[in-house]
Design a protein around this ligand. Sequence first.
Ligand SMILES: Cc1cc2nc3c(=O)[nH]c(=O)nc-3n(C[C@H](O)[C@H](O)[C@H](O)COP(=O)(O)O)c2cc1C
Ligand code: SF4
Length: 519
Amino acid sequence: MSARIFISRDSGALCVGAEEVAHAFRKAFETRGLDVEIIRTGSRGMYWLEPLVEVATPQGRVGYGPVRLSDIDALLDAGMLDGKSNRLSIGIVDDYPWIKSQTRLTFKNCGIIDPRSLEDYKAHGGYQGLAKALAVGPKATVEEVVTSGLRGRGGAGFPTGIKWRTVADTPPQQKYIVCNADEGDSGTFADRMIMEGDPFVLIEGMTIAGIAVGATYGYIYIRSEYPDAIEAMEIAVREARKGGMLGKKVAGSEFDFDMEVRAGAGAYVCGEETSLLESLEGKRGEVRAKPPLPAHIGLFGKPTVINNVLSLASVPIIMAEGGPHYRDFGMGKSRGTMPIQLAGNIKHGGLYETAFGITLGALVDEIGGGTRSGRPVRAVQVGGPLGAYFPRSLFDTPFDYEAFTAADGLIGHGGIVVFDDTVDMAKQARFAMEFCAIESCGKCTPCRIGSARGVELVDKIVKGDDAAANLIVLEDLCNTMKFGSLCALGGFTPYPVLSALTHFPEDFGAAKKRLEAAE
Ligand SMILES: Cc1cc2nc3c(=O)[nH]c(=O)nc-3n(C[C@H](O)[C@H](O)[C@H](O)COP(=O)(O)O)c2cc1C
Ligand code: SF4
């Protein structure tokens, strides 16, 4: 058998030269007359090591990274194809502490399999979840997802099984499964990674959802900024259809289910589920008033399950291993695992999947290794642009929906953006209001007008223009936005603003001198 090496095709790896490295290895093998197969995978999620090149050995895959073009000859000379260790070697990848300490359920196969091969997916346990769903039937499938305790990973944390049950309980008619792959939150990339690295797991999850609730068609709405994910999903949908896993009589069963990929034009608010449905229908992305819920009147007026990529991609393992297996991980009402994304000014940025309950401090300091700049961590924003800023004093907060709510924050889609001590928190508060003003769909006044007034107020406070009075007005405005907005864009923008004010008051007004003194 020829030697095999694995190089990621994930866009995070491509950005740092994975394509060029793969090409150079191919040429080097030709020049040296070596018979080596290069398999393109997704990423393992250790972005500081990309391009990571892995070599199959009898002991497991041995990793080398980050590999530059200039390293290739030296690596081959040093016996890389036999897994020999050298300067870039990280040893057996599965034993590497960053990987070994994770609990990979949703990302089990990401970075391991060839995302374009249905056969490879099946060889790694793919479609066992669907087989189980077909064996137990739609009703028991819904109940298995309820039992798992899975909550929506898109941000709101609503129980997935309960949403499915609502759609399943509507009378038989055309129903839809919509996958929300808009992934607009700052510092998040888990949806993209799974679509690029293990697209069949999402297709399988959507197929199970369709069969469970009686839907025969699905749409994956992917942001246009993700061309590689769009391509990966389109290839996988075609392969699944060719292999009989989509279309009429899925996997030889009595059920029909098919799907297509749609590219969004790029608006943060199009990640909000009703706005997304409008956009899918070809209209301007504007939020719909609720009720009716999409579960009753959704896409094209039909009952619709709309779920995040990670929610749907977690379903195959839940079905294959059983709801109780998944539920056994986690804490409190946060069950299972969360693919956490470490981003911003962080030494070891990437994807870390672990059971709920790990503390914020462990994630930032131990797993992430602190800042990349080497300066002290001052603040982290969790949950995207609508998430709160946490100071170090809250680093003992466990990663858990309820614990974050109690600390006036949110987990959102699991993105953590790290800032060092040079961050100006007044600027961050202003940015939150400015972001809301730019991205607002304009349907309701507290958000449309409130965010513009919010920017002006932060500016006045920082300038010291009647700061005490304007602070009171800002807090009042935040409350109006919180309680008067139609959706969470206007409703949650106060969280980053108020958390910056509460935890970092010294950055508002005269205390800007703190920064100047630090320089
Ligand atoms: C402004 C805004 C943007 C959102 N963006 C996303 C997004 O990019 N991806 C996502 O899955 N959910 C997003 N959501 C949440 C969705 O409205 C919805 O809760 C989610 O798609 C439901 O799926 P889940 O239950 O699997 O999380 C957003 C919500 C708001 C208010
Ligand atoms: S809160 Fe903002 S984004 Fe949401 S409906 Fe109102 S105007 Fe639109």
